[in-house]
Design a protein around this ligand. Structure first.
Ligand code: ZN
Length: 406
């Protein structure tokens, strides 16, 4: 028999679960009546009414006039009040620390980037403080908390990179604790590729299967995996850490200490490095003279050279596409996730890279699985990691989670 305390705890759990389910349903629908919420959640009208009452009271949901008049009494529609709370999402994976104030709908209200200029260790932590100080000042609504996407394997409890955040030299920095003490807000720290997967899952292509892989290629290369509606962390926080799989035996040295890692051919920064080296050695390349003068090179110039038929650029993109294709084939073979999204700086290379990656993925995977797999670029752009880090707050603090439609 249940004691009064456990009975009360169970009732509270049920209430929290109902609130979260009702809020997620309203979130997903955009605008919806109480009756439809009840139908979709299979909760009783009374339970839905209670949950909605509480959400209205907390100011998270608002009533918006009347639905289109039909026969009978037209129902009032509910929607999530987009600016009832703000979230802060931060991306520490690039040459600049990016951050944004985001509303409950994932709309960016304020964005800020601070150049890292090679800072690491405590100087990099100071730069995070500076970024967050400014973002918190810019927030226009009560803050739900701070979400941080950072390279490295992240110990979720301490919120500290435990390994491989090589550039930041943060092996023993308890980032989560530091930020919680300084700001008195809930803080979540996760790997940047895993954050990108959250960004895509909440705000991008979401096919309702509950499964998604995002391959993020920027400074480094990694994947984030959402499986059966849950973000996969892995036994040692390294799920999706595919950038350091060996791609070739005689490849370039990698920052991890090995050579020929996938990251050394298929990350956005590796592509730029390879194009520069190849163009320097090839007098016929359109990029030769600027490579010799060591001028800055961007993806748009690489794409233009590709389209003009530049041989050495074509070779580099083919190799990068093969690298991404290998990653895709392995992921398809291991997880059979049909929705694979590529994000990060490489997306600026457009169709040529995407097609090379698709071809290689098809060639290396079981045909029946490869045919059923869609490989696309993310439409979200360079804020995907900051958005995903913020989405963790929607999940952890409000219980909002994209619903599976099976
Ligand atoms: Zn490596």
């Amino acid at each position: 028999m249940s004691s009064p305390t456990t009975l009360k705890a169970t009732q509270q759990q049920t209430k929290a679960h109902n609130n979260s389910l009702v809020l997620s349903t309203i979130y997903e629908a955009g605008e919806i009546s109480r009756a439809t919420v009840a139908r979709r959640t299979a909760l009783s009208r009374t339970s839905v009414g209670e949950a909605v009452g509480e959400l209205l009271e907390r100011g998270l949901v608002e009533e918006i006039g009347l639905a289109r008049p039909r026969l009978g009494k037209p129902p009032i529609l509910l929607r999530v009040k987009a600016d009832a709370r703000h979230l802060i999402g931060v991306d520490l994976s690039g040459p600049e620390f990016r951050g944004a104030v985001i509303n409950l709908r994932g709309e960016i209200r304020h964005a800020l980037s601070l150049a890292r200029d090679g800072r690491s260790g405590s100087a990099a932590v100071e730069l995070v403080y500076s970024l967050l100080d400014q973002l918190i000042t810019a927030a226009g609504a009560p803050l739900l908390g701070l979400g941080i996407g950072t390279p490295g394997l992240i110990d979720l409890q301490r919120g500290s990179p435990v390994h491989w955040a090589v550039n930041l030299d943060w092996l023993d920095v308890p980032l989560r604790e530091l930020l919680e003490v300084r700001y008195g807000l809930p803080v979540y720290v996760l790997n940047d590729s895993q954050a990108a997967a959250m960004g895509e899952y909440f705000f991008g292509a979401h096919d309702g299967t509950g499964n998604l892989v995002v391959i993020k290629s920027e400074e480094g290369l990694g994947a984030g995996v959402v499986l059966e509606g849950r973000l996969l962390h892995g036994d040692h926080f390294g799920a999706g850490e595919i950038g350091h799989l060996a791609f070739s035996d005689d490849g370039q040295p990698c920052r991890c200490g090995n050579t020929g890692c996938l990251e050394t051919v298929a990350s956005a920064s590796a592509i730029l490095r390879a194009v520069r080296a190849a163009a320097r050695a090839d007098e016929h390349s359109a990029l030769h003279s600027s490579a010799v003068r060591d001028e800055p090179l961007d993806m748009e110039a690489v794409l233009a050279a590709y389209e003009a038929g530049d041989r050495c650029v074509r070779q580099v993109i083919r190799t990068a596409g093969r690298g991404l294709g290998l990653a895709i084939a392995m992921l398809v073979g291991t997880l059979n996730v049909q929705n694979i999204v590529i994000a990060g700086g490489v997306t600026r290379l457009g169709e040529p890279l995407l097609e090379a990656a698709r071809q290689e993925g098809r060639a290396r995977a079981l045909a029946a699985l490869a045919q059923a797999t869609s490989v696309e670029f993310s439409a979200i752009g360079s804020d995907i990691t900051a958005l995903g880090a913020a989405a963790v707050l929607l999940h952890q603090e409000l219980g909002i989670w994209p619903l599976q439609r099976s």
